[in-house]
Design a binder for this molecule. Sequence first.
Ligand SMILES: Nc1ncnc2c1ncn2[C@@H]1O[C@H](COP(=O)(O)OP(=O)(O)OP(=O)(O)O)[C@@H](O)[C@H]1O
Ligand SMILES: [Mg+2]
Length: 244
Amino acid sequence: MEEDFEMDDSNSVSAPEDGSISINNVRKDYRIGKNSVTIFSDLTMTIRGGDFVAIVGPSGSGKSTLLNLIGGIDRPDAGDINFGHVRIGRMSESALTKWRGANVGFVFQFYNLMPMLTAEQNVELPLLLTSLTGRQRRERVETILSLVGLTDRRKHLPSELSGGQQQRVGIARALAGDPKLLLCDEPTGDLDRDSAEDVLAMLRILNKDLCKTIVMVTHDDTAARSAKRVLRLDKGRFVEREAA
Ligand SMILES: Nc1ncnc2c1ncn2[C@@H]1O[C@H](COP(=O)(O)OP(=O)(O)OP(=O)(O)O)[C@@H](O)[C@H]1O
Ligand SMILES: [Mg+2]
């Protein structure tokens, strides 16, 4: 049974690095020429650090927009988004880029891998922006590819991998910087049932064992059942549904 989502949780006091996200009275408009479309006029919600939240809702309801706001790719027109005690909506562009690199991993429906780079080079890519040495980068990549079960495919190009394997590379790349937060936009949307289940099992492990906070947009009820909470976004507001 659906019930109105209790908007804020004043009992959840969060340490800065605990990975909690609070979205306070956020407004987001898109302007195209003289026209403006309001996606959210007053959106408020809290996601605790270590949670695994699925966001469902009709096409066009603003799910991807919300992930982009949480991940600091886009900015709200009004209101605040906080990650722990860090107000990400107010950061300078360069501070935001740095923050994103250290704190957020993105996983996309169509993987977004670089086609001319091998699996290990794709995973290493975000690390080129860090101060890690070549050797440290290679060790990190090796560990992560082993975590996602792709050590034997590390020299393969994306075109030489199945969809499920490409998505595991996508997850490995998202994990490269050891972020607290994983934002996944329909991560199983392009996969068959078995590959989707592998990816979901991996996300559950990352949440449970490595304490990653996961926000996953999905159209897939089975995928949503992997989450601890399901939020339905519709007409600019949230309705919470108990995870099955
Ligand atoms: N860059 C943009 N400029 C203008 N309008 C945009 C832009 N990005 C998204 N929109 C509009 O904002 C609304 C929400 O888009 P969004 O991509 O967030 O929806 P969604 O819930 O992720 O949909 P889907 O399930 O189809 O992926 C849509 O009406 C879309 O047309
Ligand atoms: Mg979308």
